[in-house]
Design a protein around this ligand. Structure first.
Ligand code: R5P
Length: 319
């Protein structure tokens, strides 16, 4: 579909199946590279294709094991820069460490900024990311960031389901704008759960603002980590008379005890995207469905390569 010797797409080890899907969409072979490990555990990456003067993209989600995947990405970037690539884009379908994005108590880091600095220093000229947890994270980089959203893929799926009596529920206040957009696209009502975080994995549902009585509920969020947020909100909406409960989330991080919680939660369907590959354990939970972001990413890569608008993508129904 789009063969161009000047464009090279490489894959780190975090999500090779997504990188392959993107290449298929673009009609390109995946860039040749070899990742090996020295006896002491250090990584060596060797690029096998000629990249001098080429437009190069490295697809790597910094999901678990985060530090390993991040380091691998940094080595890739360094490798491409030293091999004289003309432009290097770090494609990060999932950007780990994003949630530590402010210093809201003493003596804590801002890891999102640290990672942004590392990526830039290692050699990235641009970043292509999906749902960076907070839009302002784009400003943590001093290089261009193209920011896509899983909403495009998820809202099309839910629109095609034609769910009657729909109420879109934001499982916390921070996600309200996103939920309002979903409600707009899907012609649903809007409600919000006011959550209280007790610890990294414990959440207490406060109040439900709005009504879900007799409605089918769609809850949307950027991340499911321990699933405390989504499961607590699901229980609350059920108590308040919701019929079916659907969940649409971009990044299925599924940190323990997320899978146990989700298996028991009163949720009928959990839809995530493939920014992070599903583990074998997660595949056992049949109510988890995965949608692909490959076409959206492929389109974005094509447009970056051709110096075309990315924002024009948001008005499209192509994926
Ligand atoms: C919070 O700001 C995020 O949007 C998610 O709601 C949260 O990170 C999910 O975490 P967990 O699944 O551990 O409750």
């Amino acid at each position: 579909m789009f063969l161009n010797d000047n464009l090279k797409i490489f894959s780190g080890s975090s999500n090779p199946s997504l990188a392959i899907e993107v290449c298929k969409y673009l009609g390109l072979p995946i860039g040749g590279s070899k990742i090996s490990t020295f006896p002491d555990g250090e990584k060596l990456i060797r690029i096998e294709d000629d990249v001098r003067g080429r437009d190069c993209f490295v697809v790597q989600s910094t999901c678990r094991p985060q530090d390993e995947h991040l380091m691998e990405l940094l080595i890739y970037l360094d490798c491409l820069r030293r091999a004289s690539a003309k432009r290097i884009t770090a494609v990060m379908p999932y950007f780990g460490y994003a949630r530590q994005d402010r210093k809201d108590e003493g003596r804590v880091p801002i890891t999102a900024k640290l990672v942004a600095n590392l990526i830039t220093t290692a050699g990235a000229d641009r970043v292509l990311a999906i749902d960076l947890h907070a839009h302002q994270l784009q400003g943590f980089f001093d290089i261009p960031v193209d920011h896509l959203t899983g909403e495009l893929v998820l809202s099309r799926y839910f629109r095609d389901k034609k769910i009657p009596d729909l109420s879109v529920v934001s499982p916390d206040v921070g996600n309200l704008k996103t939920a309002a957009r979903y409600a707009g696209h899907l012609n649903g009502d809007l409600a919000i759960v006011h959550k209280k975080r007790i610890s990294g994995s414990q959440v207490q549902a406060g109040e439900l603002i709005g009504s879900v009585e007799g409605c089918n509920v769609l809850m949307c969020d950027d991340i499911i980590a321990t699933a405390g947020t989504i499961c607590t909100a699901a229980e609350l909406v059920k108590e308040r008379g919701a019929k079916k409960v659907y969940v649409g989330v971009t990044h299925g991080v599924f940190a323990p005890p997320a899978l146990e919680r989700l298996a028991k939660a009163p949720i009928d369907e959990i839809v995530v995207t493939n920014t992070i590959p599903l583990t074998e354990e997660a595949k056992q939970i049949k109510k988890i469905k995965v949608l692909s972001v490959a076409v959206m990413l492929g389109e974005a890569i094509k447009r970056i390569h051709r110096d075309e608008s990315i924002s024009a993508l948001f008005g499209q129904e192509a994926y």
